[in-house]
Write a protein that binds this ligand. Structure first.
Ligand SMILES: *Cc1c(COP(=O)(O)O)cnc(C)c1O
Length: 453
């Protein structure tokens, strides 16, 4: 299966030649937090399958909803038609966020595209077509289609397509790891607000929107910041008449402890982008929610003032039904409250990793854990790739971003699975550092107490 896959399938975010050395792992089935291959091995899904899974794989409640939906309506186009799942989901998302007018896409990147287009089109309809530029944060990630790449500040993903991309401006990230000695995370956030302010002072007349990932810039390596930044960004956007787009694609649906991350700052964005956990990790779906003010600027007798954007599968009934079942699970299981306990249980399990002498900046927000591994101790290239291989040998799926090791497990992980995850994460770190030991021995001194097997 793996050999056939590399011949027939072009795998995402992958230099395919690397599969000469290590083939993709064929997964036969999945249940709860576990992925099973065809040979009786199981792997704990420590990254929730690229952050999409919330309540475990193959959840009976979501499965039943999907089977029921398949029996009634598989799909119908959403232009000129509507159906109960899309109406109910839109009402519920509106009630949860205080925004509304849900517009649907199929992936996170399409939600980014929708929000950027809606923002610029809003300003055009408002008689200010020159407001068509965007700002993002350093290290920001908003997807990889050509429009989304404009606001995705990851050079490796962007450089080959630079001629295609109308690059947005980038302002400093409020990443709390950038705090100077004596500074709190809030001080660090306040200091970098100046960068945004300076940019807006000069360029607000050409700027449509600021897009950011509230509280955690996940793809940047789980860079976390204080909610203070979001309040200041909101105030500056109001002052300079610039939209604020909250990209909650990764942090939404309870990941940071609240249903949506921006809620911790008590602010209201002009647009919210949702995807990933929206369907509990079962089907692709994304949504953009916005304000009445934005919606009203499109509402007109003139067709061209409308938002003429569509995807074939917009508002797919099966995906919307999966999303409704996922929202029901939040209520039925009181998931946000349960996650407070669950996170403390995981904190205890992860304690030996957190205290490992190679770890810098151990951090957690809600159900996101991250640990930076001191680069001086891993001089051999490709820490992330080597670590991921050792983790698989331990029966855990963990894929570091650069030197940042992180865990984002599903919300159903129990104490026994947590122990398995934490033990595997630590053992994989030790095995990876052991490969580096000869190089470290020659150069840098080993950190005191560093245990190498
Ligand atoms: C994953 C992600 C996206 C892109 O979503 P896709 O479904 O991969 O296109 C956009 N923004 C953020 C914050 C993400 O984490």
């Amino acid at each position: 299966m793996a050999a056939r896959s590399v011949r027939a399938v072009w795998h995402p975010c992958t230099q395919m030649k690397l599969h000469e050395a290590a083939l993709p792992v064929p997964i036969a089935r999945a249940q709860g937090v576990w992925l099973y291959d065809g040979e009786g091995n199981r792997y704990l899904d420590g990254v929730s399958s690229w952050w999409v899974n919330l309540f475990g794989h193959s959840h009976p409640h979501i499965k039943a909803a999907l089977v029921d939906q398949l029996d009634t309506l598989d799909h119908v186009m959403l232009a000129g038609f509507t159906h109960p799942p899309v109406v109910e989901l839109s009402e519920r998302l509106g009630a949860l966020t205080g925004l509304g007018h849900a517009f649907y896409g199929s992936d996170g990147a399409s939600a980014t595209e929708i929000a950027l287009k809606m923002s610029a089109h809003y300003w055009r309809n408002a008689g200010r077509p020159e407001k068509n530029r965007f700002i993002g944060l350093a290290g920001g990630y908003h997807g990889e289609t050509v429009g989304a790449l404009a606001v995705t500040d990851i050079p490796l993903f962007r450089q080959a397509y630079a001629p295609l991309v109308r690059l947005a401006a980038t302002v400093a990230s409020p990443d709390a790891r950038g705090a100077l000695p004596g500074e709190t995370a809030q001080d660090a956030a306040e200091r970098v607000v100046a960068d945004l302010r300076a940019w807006l002072e000069q360029h607000h007349a050409q700027t449509a929107a600021l897009i950011l990932e509230p509280l955690v810039q996940c793809a940047a390596g789980m860079a976390m910041h204080d909610a203070h930044y979001l309040r200041q960004a909101r105030a500056l956007c109001d002052q300079y008449q610039v939209h604020l787009i909250a990209d909650e694609i990764a942090v939404g649906f309870g990941r940071t402890g609240t249903m949506f991350a921006h809620q911790q700052a008590g602010i209201r964005p002009d647009f919210i982008c949702l995807s990933k956990g929206l369907t509990g990790g079962t089907l692709p779906l994304s949504a953009v929610l916005t304000t009445d003010a934005v919606y009203d600027a499109f509402y007109d007798d003139d067709v061209a003032r409308g938002f003429l954007h569509s995807h074939s599968y917009t508002g797919n009934p099966l995906a919307c039904r999966a999303a409704l079942a996922t929202l029901e699970l939040f209520e039925q299981t009181d998931a946000l409250a349960a996650n407070v306990q669950r996170a403390q249980m995981l904190d205890r399990a992860f304690a030996p990793l957190t205290q490992h002498p190679a770890i810098r900046h151990a951090r957690r927000l809600g159900m996101i854990w991250a640990w930076d591994v001191d680069p001086a101790l891993t001089p051999t290239p490709f820490f992330a790739r080597r670590y991921a291989r050792h983790a698989m040998a331990q029966g855990v799926v963990l894929r570091p971003i650069g030197n940042t090791l992180y865990a984002m497990p599903p919300y159903v992980i129990d104490a026994e699975s947590a122990e398995h995850l934490a033990r595997g994460a630590l053992a994989a770190l030790q095995a990876t550092l052991a490969e580096d030991a000869p190089a470290v021995g020659r150069g840098a001194a080993l950190a005191p107490g560093l245990a190498l097997p």
